[in-house]
Design a protein around this ligand. Sequence first.
Ligand SMILES: Nc1ncnc2c1ncn2[C@@H]1O[C@H](COP(=O)(O)OP(=O)(O)OP(=O)(O)O)[C@@H](O)[C@H]1O
Ligand SMILES: [Mg+2]
Length: 269
Amino acid sequence: MIELSVKDISVHYGKNCALNNVSLPTLRAGDVLGLLGPNAAGKSTLMRAVTGAQNHKGTVQLNGKNRQQHKQTDWHNRVAFMPQTPPQGSALKPIELMWSATRSLGISFSDKQLAGHIESIFDALELNDFAMKPLDALSGGKRQLVGLALCMLRQPQVLLLDEPTSALDLYWRMVVLDLVAEHVRSTGAIAIAALHDIDLAVRYCSHIAIIDQGKLVAAGAPAEVITRENLAKIYHIDADITFGPNNLPNVHINKPLRGMNNETLNINL
Ligand SMILES: Nc1ncnc2c1ncn2[C@@H]1O[C@H](COP(=O)(O)OP(=O)(O)OP(=O)(O)O)[C@@H](O)[C@H]1O
Ligand SMILES: [Mg+2]
């Protein structure tokens, strides 16, 4: 049984408290959590803390064991992290990156198995035509797809995706999130994705957590969390919500609520 528990995470950068005792809902096989929140809320910091790349207080447990109790190679094989910044342009080709990443992760595929596995990932992301081109000849969106391909190499139990669709057009946003959803559904994995696109979060996520100024301010099913009040208070936008099929909220944004404080916001809600 796959289960991820993230409890009481605090991170300080010098005197700046970037995360203050943030706990996420416990996630189980098949769950996708959308991590929402304004710029600088602490989403990337939380992602890095969960992977172990960021010093923090609090506990991260996978399948009942603290991260520190997992062997490092075992942890890296189970938990894949896609950072907010796509792989930088370089002379390296995507195919070379995939092979070298596999070797550095210690994934025990034979060369033949690995070649087939890489081909199927590149097929799914339509990257075959780009596999032999240097990264610095690829567009930002294609480099972001290469970042996802790297994550899928190890067939992870936990996918941590920091704004995986930020450089992608509408078609690719949906292809990428369909692929993540299919991986989660078919293998019983768990995914956490930091997203700014609320419509995508509602469509693909079983759970949504919103952080603001380093604190968890809302968590639950999309219909519970994506409310007019939360969008005004947290994002400072005026929006109307309607409910579509499956009772999922549709957000219709009217305008930014510039220059309002909490008191004037309350009057306007
Ligand atoms: N390495 C760092 N050193 C110092 N401060 C940092 C560092 N990384 C992040 N911060 C600060 O921590 C806070 C949270 O940043 P973080 O990148 O986690 O936000 P975010 O929610 O991911 O924002 P965005 O939506 O813009 O990606 C911000 O105030 C940021 O300036
Ligand atoms: Mg970020």
